[in-house]
Design a protein around this ligand. Sequence first.
Ligand SMILES: CC(C)(COP(=O)(O)OP(=O)(O)OC[C@H]1O[C@@H](n2cnc3c(N)ncnc32)[C@H](O)[C@@H]1OP(=O)(O)O)[C@@H](O)C(=O)NCCC(=O)NCCS
Length: 207
Amino acid sequence: MRQSWFPETITGRLVVLRRHRPANVVAFQRWYADPEVARLTRYQDGPVPEDEIERFFQSRVMGLDSLAMAIHRRADDRLIGTAAFSQLDGDNGSALYHITIGERDAWGRGFGTETTDLMLEHAFRNLRLHRVALSVFAFNGRAIHSYEKSGFVLEGRAREAIWRDGRHWDELHMSVLVQDWRARHGEPAREARPGPVPAASSARRWR
Ligand SMILES: CC(C)(COP(=O)(O)OP(=O)(O)OC[C@H]1O[C@@H](n2cnc3c(N)ncnc32)[C@H](O)[C@@H]1OP(=O)(O)O)[C@@H](O)C(=O)NCCC(=O)NCCS
């Protein structure tokens, strides 16, 4: 069961997604030391302490609480980033999506959008999720455009939730539903009930 929801590799045209290895923590340290990466991805401003990255890597990247994949450029297998589902919720068939391409020279070349396409395909075909959601800061135009290309639509905004560059910005909430994703890919609708999602992800969410 676990093998099918947490594959070793997912291969696309531009990228190959692989299971993370412990040694990848070194790349995470470098990525999040980049102020621009931190500015685009974190609620807090300023440099990220190394021990915080280490903790994040152990729990949210290597741990079973989320489904994280390393993004490798297919041409030379270079590790350029990470993409993950967190808060996998089998009862409701939903998950939260996250992506960071940490290598700046790999931005704007289509790697991120293809990664998101591959992760959504995995979510809707193999995990049989019903909904994938994300949040993104309103100033992150590149990310918003990339998400829209993959089928995410705006569903709400937390007004002035983030202070960055001397002013408040909204945090946007976007999602894609299985029926919309299937229609975009020319596939017939399927039974609405969520399918089986891995036991390891069944951590209950409480409000
Ligand atoms: C966001 C991210 C995943 C996107 O991946 P990417 O490989 O850089 O993006 P892509 O090349 O696939 O697509 C970007 C699209 O946005 C467009 N774009 C670039 N800058 C833009 C801007 N400021 N406003 C609007 N659109 C923009 C590009 O032209 C491209 O669209 P096109 O293919 O129609 O021309 C990646 O840039 C990244 O990880 N950035 C740093 C961390 C981050 O922001 N993570 C997301 C946090 S929510």
